[in-house]
Structure formats: structure tokens, C-alpha cells
Design a protein around this ligand. Structure first.
Ligand SMILES: NC(=O)c1ccc[n+]([C@@H]2O[C@H](COP(=O)([O-])OP(=O)(O)OC[C@H]3O[C@@H](n4cnc5c(N)ncnc54)[C@H](OP(=O)(O)O)[C@@H]3O)[C@@H](O)[C@H]2O)c1
Length: 183
């Protein structure tokens, strides 16, 4: 029996003025958000651009790491390199379809979501394909060189909103919003 199509989810932290990065890194420290990122994405395939992978520096554990690059010779242990976002999505879908339950946890829900984790170039191409946006809105105007596309209110509806005060290891308060494509 054919499984339901997987959910394609963008996951991002973005400042009030649309910035997501500066000098190849994230221009804030948001430990609370990184914990949410880990909780949401673990067990699911994660797609990222080559520059984002190099900024993270190592594969994200417990997830299939798919890196998009035009460089056919590019390789990093613990990742699979593909030459387009479309190829990344196909690979992620095949990975979800081949899911085998863990004998120690046979009732665990099979993963059904493909996460797109940036950066700017990959988000720009993914917006038209995504079903859901997990957006951490950083409550500050930040200088940077990489931006997230505008979230068009005619297309995206906020389905869940949660204010997150700055914790000890967070440089800013944030608002976590799950945006779903309107009907
Ligand atoms: N705030 C957040 O949530 C968040 C999340 C992720 C990243 N970031 C930030 O975003 C910045 C990086 O973003 P970026 O836009 O510079 O780079 P990126 O999107 O991470 O990666 C760009 C690279 O992806 C490959 N690529 C892009 N489109 C492709 C296509 N259609 N086909 C094949 N390969 C393609 C190319 O790799 P090759 O050059 O190897 O061909 C390109 O140089 C960093 O500052 C990072 O910290 C922020």
C-alpha cells in the first residue's frame, strides 16, 4: 500500500528584518532553539546546502544528512551529497519509505517529515515546495548577509504560536510559529 506523501518542512530562525546568517554563521546564540531543532528533526532526514553543512562542521547525529552541492567531488563522512534540491527530496522520500521499525521500539511512529535546514539559497528554492514552516522569529533587528524569503500571509497561516523568553543561554527572546500552507 502506498504511504502518504511525506511532509516537507522548512525549519529556520529568522530576525525581524529577515536575516538568518552572517559571515557563514548564525548571528545569535539560541540554545533553547537548538534544543527544539534537535527534538523536531531527530529521526527524520535533513536537507541542507553545502555552506550550511560546512558552517555546522559535522553531520547531525541520528538523522540522514543530505547535502546539496554542484561539486560532484564533494564528500563529507556521515552525509550523502546530491546535486539538486529535487534529488535531495527524492532521496529523503526513499529513505522514509525504507523505514524499518526498531525491534526495541516496534510501536514508534515511523518518521513522516523531511526537514529543510537552510541556508539562504536552499530556503529560497524550497519555499514553493514546503508544506510547513517551523519558524523561530528572533525578536531583534540583526545585521547579516543571508536572508529568509518573506512569509506571504496570503499563502501561509500561523497554526501554532509560542512566545519563548530568553533563557540563560539565549541572546534574544523568540517566538516559535508553525506556518502551514493555506488551502
Ligand atoms: N538561521 C537559520 O536558521 C539558518 C539555518 C541554516 C543556515 N543559516 C545560515 O545561512 C548561511 C548559509 O546560507 P547560504 O545561502 O550562504 O548557503 P547554503 O544555502 O547553505 O548553501 C549554498 C550552497 O548549496 C549548493 N546549492 C545551492 N543551490 C543548489 C542547487 N540548485 N543545486 C546544487 N547545489 C546547490 C551550492 O553548493 P556548492 O557551492 O558546493 O556547489 C551552494 O554554494 C550561513 O550564514 C548559515 O549560518 C541560518
Amino acid at each position: 500500500m502506498a504511504a502518504d506523501a511525506p511532509v516537507i518542512a522548512v525549519i529556520v530562525a529568522v530576525s525581524k528584518n529577515g536575516v538568518i546568517g552572517r559571515d557563514g554563521a548564525m548571528p545569535w546564540r539560541l540554545s533553547t532553539d537548538l534544543k527544539r531543532f534537535k527534538a523536531l528533526t531527530t529521526g527524520h532526514p535533513v536537507i541542507m546546502g553545502r555552506k550550511t553543512f560546512e558552517s555546522v562542521g559535522k553531520p547531525l547525529p541520528g538523522r540522514l544528512n543530505i547535502v546539496v552541492t554542484r561539486d560532484h567531488d564533494w564528500h563529507a563522512d556521515g552525509t550523502v551529497a546530491v546535486s539538486s534540491l529535487g534529488a535531495a527530496l527524492e532521496l529523503a522520500k526513499a529513505h522514509l519509505e525504507s523505514f524499518e521499525p526498531d525491534p526495541d521500539d516496534p510501536d514508534a511512529e515511523p518518521p513522516d517529515t523531511i526537514f529543510i535546514a537552510g541556508g539562504g539559497q536552499i530556503y529560497a528554492q524550497a519555499m514553493a515546495l514546503a508544506d510547513v514552516l517551523h519558524v523561530t522569529h528572533v525578536d531583534a533587528e540583526i545585521e547579516g548577509d543571508t536572508v529568509f524569503p518573506d512569509i506571504d500571509p496570503d499563502v501561509w497561516k500561523a497554526m501554532h504560536e509560542e512566545g519563548v523568553p530568553a533563557g540563560e543561554r539565549d541572546s534574544h527572546p523568540t517566538r516559535y510559529v508553525v506556518w502551514e500552507r493555506g488551502l
